[in-house]
Design a protein. Structure first.
Lengths: 408, 408
């Protein structure tokens, strides 16, 4: 038998969502009539915007004719999409991004998972705790860590504790770090970085020769016009940051699959000998070797998100989810819980009552109210004592969940 | 600056297709009126089958309604597609494959590039020479090789020379190898493995504790009913082989993106300590961490390929391309060239005349007939002195190319 990549075996076996599924199943078997309300995972429920569906159907029509048929597309994605992104997502906020800096892909999970390939195995990686597990797991699989410790941390990763004390926004590390993952608006805590806070990070990255991997998958949920949607709104960020964006939550593309990653020409890495290397070129090489582009019809669908009609329809969906977030915040507060996030993010992060553990509170919500959430501890040790609810449900379900909780 | 993964810098800079593009551009600048006929790359030209387009449009319609909307799909892909694959591609040939062994993806390039992650970095890898470059490049990027040698081979990889003497089908290596990539029908040589030859490989893999990575992306072009379409038609193959399949060439999905990989439950790897590990579970972990599934509408489109109408329309397209292959074979033979492949594969592999080098013949075809092909040397040192033409063009173009060549 061939020898395997044993780093995979370091991954924690009892992963979050399977354990949730196990407990929910057990509850359902004992309570077959219970009507569960699921506010756990981050999947959307509203249908695709009509403008998006129409564009996708027209693209299907094109693919049916010899003249309109599209085979392999450009490796970075179609210009019609990347130029729309450059205009609407960046130029509109005073940021100049070239289409050659935009790489269309099938998901931010893939991109934020694959990006670590560009860096030396010896790179020191920092993540927040709690954290979106993909950042950590992909580094474990690559062999950039040791075993998991009793604390729940992997040996070799620098964890930046996101706590109530720092408003769930840790400061840059004191120790030497090469690569840091930031997520704002944050999954799972719903916190959001201000321009000043991001400026501190960019400054730190420059001072410390570090690269920031900036996950802005939830930027569309930002309500305050003064908050940055892109790290490139910060001066100097193009020299130190790679940004991930997605249509998944913005436009309900979780099952449609389109995203993009921006790798500015200015952001560099270096060899052991000190030679500077363009990360844009490395990522281009990575994508053109291990990826073959996003379906033409899906890129057409994504481009329709930027039409006037598309924007209007998509914004209506975001408003819908943010109203849910408000209802959830209010409902949890009425239980006497301390509530965070949910103001510029689709996630609400709540402190469990009576010092309950995350999983104990999960069980309480499930047993008492038949509401399924996500225990904070599932996102990292510092998530213990917290709980995440998602605003992506149907409004009537969210309201019913809140009613149940309020009735007590 | 963060340190980069320096293995990327080992990749050959002067890559095949950019060099072709450079020469074609130079020719066009000097001959602005020349009407080029491109038979170089493996991209299809016929539109998607009507049955496929219709299924895709219906799926778009579903995505527009609350009831029909699909968010994140099952991680391995939808059961409606994997069960169709299990039935039509495998059960129909007497092979039992479970849906839990099928992983739907967005491309065989991605899967055959990513699969090496499952194996130890110290694994010894063998490829044919000439070879589809992705197998080699992804191992280089992972750090499984040394530098490129003057021969054009990478240090540390075992190359199995595919020559006229062995009918472009090399035998298993004598030395110890852990992982071997086989491609049949072959890109670029168009050769195809018989059951007996595959049996030899399976037997070798069992005897030598090796894993076979079997790329069957072109199986739909096989004409002889006695030739195997899947390696699992060979007894014992499930214990040693992973198989890649694609809708790209079979159903014209190069720009639509859908493929799948079969990882049987029986195929195992081992740890340094000798513990057996399921490669199916490792791949599942890889895909569920770094991938997020194929678009629902695209999976619906792929499933339509298996309907009676879809099959009929797709087979008509394959027939069209195979007629092109016949024309190209005949045309090259009329030039006095020795011609291989193109009988069970969409690629024709020809020996260059008068001992010309691959690139010299490329220039001759371009300058004399305005026909663009692919120099064999671009696929590896043993491809020197050979030339690849693709059968994926429009018939009238193929015929015109042959006319030009015949006229001399």
């Amino acid at each position: 038998m061939a020898r395997i990549n044993e780093h995979y075996l370091k991954l924690k076996a009892g992963y979050l969502f399977p354990e949730i599924a196990r407990r929910v199943k057990a509850f359902q078997e004992q309570n077959p009539k219970a009507r569960l309300i699921r506010l756990g995972i981050g999947d959307v429920v509203l249908p695709l915007a009509p403008a998006v569906v129409r564009a996708m159907q027209e693209a299907c029509e094109e693919m049916a004719s010899e003249e309109g048929f599209h085979g392999y597309g450009p490796e970075r994605g179609y210009e019609f999409l990347s130029s729309a992104i450059a205009k609407h997502d960046y130029a509109s906020r005073g940021v100049e991004i070239k289409t050659s800096e935009i790489f269309i892909s099938d998901g931010s999970k893939c991109d934020s998972g694959n990006i670590q390939e560009l860096f030396a195995l010896s790179s020191k990686v920092a993540v927040a705790d709690p954290v979106y597990p993909v950042y950590v797991d992909t580094n474990v699989m690559a062999g950039r860590t040791g075993e998991i410790l009793k604390s729940g941390h992997y040996e070799g990763i620098v964890y930046l504790s996101a706590t109530q004390a720092n408003h769930f926004k840790p400061s840059p590390p004191e120790e030497k770090v090469d690569v840091v993952y930031l997520c704002s608006p944050n999954n799972p805590t719903g916190s959001v970085l201000t321009k000043e806070e991001l400026q501190t990070w960019v400054h730190w990255a420059k001072e410390n020769d570090a690269v920031i991997l900036y996950d802005a998958a939830y930027e569309a949920f930002i309500q305050d016009p003064n908050l940055p949607h892109s790290i490139y709104e910060i001066e100097g960020a193009k020299e130190v940051a790679i940004e991930f964006r997605s249509f998944s939550k913005t436009a309900g593309f979780t099952g449609t699959r389109c995203a993009f990653t921006v790798v500015p020409e200015e952001v560099l890495g270096k060899t052991q000998g000190g030679e500077k290397v363009s990360l844009n070129q490395l990522w281009n090489r990575r994508q053109s070797t291990k990826f073959n582009g996003v379906s033409y019809v899906i890129q057409k669908a994504a481009a329709a998100c930027y039409s006037a009609l598309g924007q209007e329809q998509i914004q209506a969906n975001i408003k819908y989810y943010m109203e849910n977030a408000g209802l959830i915040r209010e409902g949890l507060a009425s239980m006497g819980l301390e509530v965070f996030g949910g103001e510029h993010a689709p996630y609400i992060w709540a402190k469990t009552p009576k010092g309950l553990g995350s999983w104990d509170f999960f069980d309480e919500l499930l047993n008492k109210y038949q509401v399924v959430g996500t225990p904070g501890a599932g996102f990292g040790p510092s998530g213990e004592g917290y709980f995440r609810l998602s605003a992506f449900g149907k409004k009537e379900k969210v309201m019913e969940a809140i009613e149940r909780i309020k009735k007590g």
